[in-house]
Design a protein around this ligand. Structure first.
Ligand SMILES: [Cu+2]
Length: 185
């Protein structure tokens, strides 16, 4: 009898508290319940030549006849005709403020998704096609700010909290991989 009374009392006390702390639906929408927008990073690195030059297991691409060799990638970049298979898709997105971006590396090698003030060169001079390294990519992965924007093959990076306006992102390794994000209210 006494036990029941306490339980009923507890229910009476706790139920209103629970209701009190449930956020309003409008507040939830502001705090990251928007459906994320996906961007994919693509490349067609040739595992044999990339791993010979850089190290075992660097390129994990499942190349189905469309791979680009290590030397060809550098030659194309030098000729200012960078390989279009190294690409972020889509190139331009418009999102509502509060929408997370999820960048998925579906290619075979690492990339970065680094916000820059102006598009330009990355941290590997021979891939820059003559463009100067942008300050945001300087130092490569020794620069923690660059390292934390790295996306390994098969993994993803989430970008949140972008302010209203235009944001530019590029890969600091393959700087022709570029995305413009427009954030609107
Ligand atoms: Cu890249």
């Amino acid at each position: 009898m006494r036990f029941l009374t306490i339980r009923r009392l507890a229910t009476l006390l706790i139920a209103p508290l629970t209701l009190w702390f449930v956020p309003a639906p409008a507040a939830l929408a502001q705090e990251g319940t928007r459906t994320p927008v996906q961007i994919v990073a693509l490349d067609e690195c040739d595992p044999t030549t990339f791993n010979l030059n850089i190290g075992a297991d660097f390129c994990k691409n499942v190349a189905l006849g469309s791979a680009t060799t290590f030397d060809a990638l550098f030659a194309e970049a030098k000729a200012k005709n960078p390989d279009p298979a190294w690409d972020f898709e889509p190139d331009k997105v418009t999102i509502k403020k509060g929408t997370p971006l999820i960048v998925v590396d579906q290619g075979g090698e690492p990339h970065t998704f680094t916000e820059v003030a102006k598009f330009g060169g990355g941290f590997i001079g021979d891939l820059n096609g003559g463009q100067a390294t942008v300050p945001e990519c300087a130092g490569g992965f020794k620069n923690l700010a660059v390292a934390r924007t790295r996306i390994l093959q098969g993994s993803q990076l989430q970008v949140t909290g972008l302010s209203e306006g235009e944001h530019l992102f590029e890969c600091c390794i393959h700087p022709w991989m570029r995305v413009t994000v427009d954030v609107v209210e």
